[in-house]
Write a protein that binds this ligand. Structure first.
Ligand code: S3P
Length: 434
């Protein structure tokens, strides 16, 4: 199915059939939170099905620099937390690599820790907006210095005593919400965060699991300062954002059937399923259950004729990371798909409106850029050609799937970016296409 050449990238050849049973790696958002909360809690936290992707390893490394001891064997992690009151000033900067979640969640916790820390990351992280977190944290009393008045990394934070806040976020962002709630743990009084639409609520659910009362009502989450975390057993469900590549591949392949086991089914994340169902996909949900406050299920996908749909509003935060692969699906669906209200895509690992539109167009798609999304007119099959991940993990995997479904295949550079969230992506593709 593919040939790997380090210099020229890889060649993805078209396939007709995909068949098999797979398990995608642990959820990235939940793995970050399990490690971070384990490091903040008192006692031993044991995590199973942890995602050993580069982003979550960055979170573990940052914990280590703050004096938290842990051990990892593949996807199993033990964290020996002593409470975040025991965190120590690191002797060097914290490098979050490519991980926005690591940067923003740590800023929230460190805002109330009585020492100074400098956080930075790769060139993508250094160009992503941090003011959305640093401004409300400064309002709570945190002292933060950084490029452009503390809006871009590298950022230096000097923890201080904090005051609770009633924050109305202009964007639906779980990273912003989580950072403010985590700072609220150390603040005097109550902290509430209200967002325009509900973003993923893993922080609220998992904090409750760690013994912290968080009250959620519609798009508002509330926390009382002073609560302590107690260690937990966390079993991480498979990442629906990683499963999405196989949902689209299994829907648009000519033949075969895929069973994807143990996929996270939190409704703040299942927008991709709702979108694919609206497009006519044949995806069945089996063996639904809930563990550690997070629902999960097996997903069975078979080929189907997809058609275009309109997506916007509250649906967008529920599928924001899946837009690149959804655009691949739309490019081969019957009719027009319009994605709006998704300007947030411009501040992800790349400007995903621009990179998705340019990338798909060069593979033969009929696609137009909109200021807050894109419009795609489906054709029967993508032609194929050359594609680059631009260092963005979700583009790398979306272009690989596009190649498998195309007429002529895709020469893809930068597939190694997939390791950020899905280190075994290519071997799983190999298993179901051979
Ligand atoms: C994440 C939240 C989302 C998402 C990111 C992971 C999280 O980002 O795109 O991949 O784990 O909280 P925003 O908070 O910027 O919307």
């Amino acid at each position: 199915m593919y040939n790997n050449d380090v210099l020229k990238g890889i060649r993805i050849n078209p396939v007709q059939k995909v068949q098999g049973e797979i398990q995608v790696p642990g959820d990235k958002s939940i793995s970050h939170r399990a490690a971070l909360f384990g490091g903040m809690a008192k006692g031993e936290t044991h995590i199973t099905n942890f995602l050993p992707g580069q982003d979550c390893l960055s979170t573990l490394e940052c914990l280590q620099r703050l004096g938290v001891e842990w051990e990892r064997r593949d996807t199993e992690v033990w964290i020996r937390g002593e409470g975040f009151e025991q965190w120590q000033e690191p002797q060097d900067i914290l490098d979050v690599g490519n991980s926005g979640t690591t940067m923003r969640l740590f800023l929230g916790v460190l805002a109330g820790c009585p020492f100074s820390v400098t956080l930075t990351g790769d060139s993508s992280i250094r160009s992503r907006p941090m003011g959305r977190v640093t401004l409300p944290l400064q309002e709570m009393g945190a002292r933060i210095l950084g490029r452009q008045a503390g809006k871009y990394a590298p950022l230096t934070i000097q923890g201080d005593s904090l005051q609770g806040i009633d924050f109305h976020s202009p964007v639906a962002s779980a990273q912003v919400k989580s950072a403010i709630l985590l700072a609220g743990l150390k603040a005097r009084g109550e902290t509430t965060v209200t967002e325009p639409f509900l973003s993923r609520d893993h922080t609220e659910r998992m904090l409750r699991g760690f013994g912290v009362p968080v009250i959620s009502e519609a798009n508002t989450a509330k926390i009382e300062g002073g609560a302590k975390l107690s260690s937990q057993e966390v079993s991480v469900p498979g990442d629906i954002s990683s499963a999405a590549f196989f949902l689209v591949l299994g829907s648009l392949a000519s033949k075969g059937e895929l069973l994807i086991r143990n996929v996270g089914m939190n409704t703040t994340r299942t927008g991709i399923l709702d979108a694919l169902w609206q497009m006519g996909a044949d995806i069945q949900v089996e063996n639904e259950k809930e563990e550690c406050g997070e629902p999960r299920a097996n997903l069975r996908v078979r080929p189907a004729q997809l058609h275009g749909i309109d997506i916007g509003g509250e649906m967008i935060p529920r599928l924001i990371d899946e837009v690149p692969i959804l655009a691949v699906a739309a490019s081969m669906a019957k009719g027009v798909t319009t994605i709006r209200d998704a300007a947030e895509l411009r501040v992800k690992e790349t400007d995903r409106i621009q990179t998705v539109v340019q990338g798909l167009r060069s593979l033969g798609a009929e696609i137009q850029e909109l200021s807050d999304g894109m419009q795609i007119t489906g054709i029967s099959q993508l032609r194929g050609g050359y594609a680059s991940s631009h260092g963005d993990h979700r583009l790398a995997m979306a272009w690989a799937v596009a190649g498998l479904l195309s007429k002529e295949g895709v020469s893809l550079t930068g597939i190694e970016a997939a390791a950020v969230s899905f280190p075994d992506f290519l071997s799983l593709i190999d298993r179901i296409t051979n």
